[in-house]
Design a protein around this ligand. Structure first.
Ligand code: PLP
Length: 409
């Protein structure tokens, strides 16, 4: 660790100390203080450049400062930003139609954060259960998976099995039934006449890029259809190009009843999330039953429409798939050399570090010293999710740094 870390640089150190002193410590950030960024590169307040291998947990799939997204955002800022949903603005219908079409669905309900979209999916599923399926009032059940991550609201952390996410925040909302992730038989066995939905991530991102066994999503689709239960796919991190397809469910040609979207939907500029479904599902909501002051605001819709447009050609998905093969090959070559296992899909990887090399955190700190920014999850796993616009050379360079760290080179 002979290199100069960013916190030894004077400006970084001052900004970092101020930030730590004046915020709740609900995060444990790496000591790097970013000032500006472009594409896959971020520059700190002392002028040091870092390759971004996290991309805001996939919120920055299109990279920092994507020119077309910035242009749309600047233009919209000067025109109109917010009306509330009490009135309609000219960007609203365009965005809803574009996103619905991308998903092959009829309707869109826009919110802001991912957790709000998950909450929306839960409310819609329950309402559908009571109004359409005929479930006994206040008895609806939603089947969820172990190892899940769906956000940070009290309802959502109530069905997490991560003690950090959950402990100290009860009492929790009832009505959630956990089953082992990837086990279709266990999922089917958990379904009762009160079950209204199955809510799962097609790939568990926070869990460490955990990919379910082949055919699992198709089985979940068959089981939910057979039992008249909604299939809600939380594609907030996995969707919108990250895995090499528009949606992670596309890898099994599965179409869920509800797409739950967020992160990259805001183009890395504003928080934009949404639930996308057909009329027979989202149609259960009537005026006054759900809402959000900022949900579907004009700036969010203008950016979101451009995001959909950027995805419509399939070019970025293709890029994610092609670069994903590079990522996979390079990482698989490290198994047995400081790495225990890797899981990849598209430009997304979970890398299990050999404990003799160090913790995930220690590896991320060593990467930072080599000007690569990544994030550990669950102790010994590192998640790699560079912007989909990263160049192949830069990706190789970033992986050279990882290789050097884990092999002690
Ligand atoms: C990030 C994430 C969320 C929560 O999104 P926020 O915008 O942080 O509220 C929900 N589900 C999944 C799968 C996520 O990755």
């Amino acid at each position: 660790m002979s290199r100069t870390t960013s916190t030894e640089a004077p400006r970084s150190q001052a900004y970092f100390r101020e930030a730590q002193e004046r915020t709740a410590h609900n995060y444990h950030p790496l000591p790097v203080v970013v000032e500006h960024a472009e594409g896959a590169w971020m520059t700190d307040v002392d002028g040091t450049r870092y390759l971004d291998m996290l991309a805001g947990y996939s919120a920055l799939n299109f990279g920092h400062g994507h020119p077309e997204l910035l242009q749309v955002a600047h233009a919209q800022l000067d025109r109109l930003t917010l009306t509330s949903r009490a009135f309609v603005h000219d960007q609203f219908g365009t965005f809803c139609a574009a996103l619905a079409d991308l998903c092959g669905k009829e309707l869109v309900l826009p919110m802001n954060t991912g957790a709000e979209a998950v909450e929306t999916a839960i409310k819609v599923s329950r309402k559908w259960g009571y109004d359409i399926k005929g479930v006994t009032p206040d008895s609806a059940e939603i089947v969820v998976a172990t190892g899940n991550f769906h956000g940070r609201t009290t309802t959502v952390v109530g069905f997490s099995d991560d003690p950090d996410a959950r402990d100290g925040f009860g009492p929790f909302t009832p009505g959630f039934v956990p089953v082992p992730y990837g086990d279709a038989a266990a999922l089917e066995a958990a379904i009762t006449p009160s079950t209204v939905a199955v809510l799962i991530e097609p790939i568990q991102g926070e869990g460490g890029v955990v990919i379910p066994p082949d055919g699992y999503l198709r089985e979940v689709r068959d089981i939910t259809r057979r039992h008249n239960v909604l299939f809600a796919a939380d594609e907030i991190q996995a969707g919108l190009g990250r895995t090499g397809r528009t949606f992670a469910c596309d890898h099994e040609d599965v179409v869920p009843d509800l797409y739950v979207l967020g992160k990259a939907l805001g183009g890395g500029i504003v928080p934009v999330s949404a639930v996308v479904a057909d009329r027979d599902v989202l149609g259960v909501l009537h005026p006054g039953q759900h809402g959000s002051t900022f949900g579907g605001n004009a700036l969010a819709c203008a950016v979101g429409t451009k995001v959909v447009e950027l995805l419509a050609s399939g070019e970025l998905q293709e890029r994610s798939s092609t670069l994903g093969a590079v990522l996979r090959d390079r990482l698989e070559a490290l198994v047995g050399k400081g790495v225990l296992a890797v899981r990849t899909r598209g430009l997304w990887a979970g890398v299990d570090i050999d404990p003799t090399v160090g913790t995930g955190r220690a590896v991320c700190e060593a990467l930072m010293e080599r000007r690569v920014l990544a994030k550990d999850t669950h102790g010994s796993t590192i998640r790699l999710a560079p912007p989909l616009v990263v160049s192949e050379d830069d990706l190789h360079w970033g992986l050279d740094q990882l290789e050097a760290v884990v092999t002690g080179g």
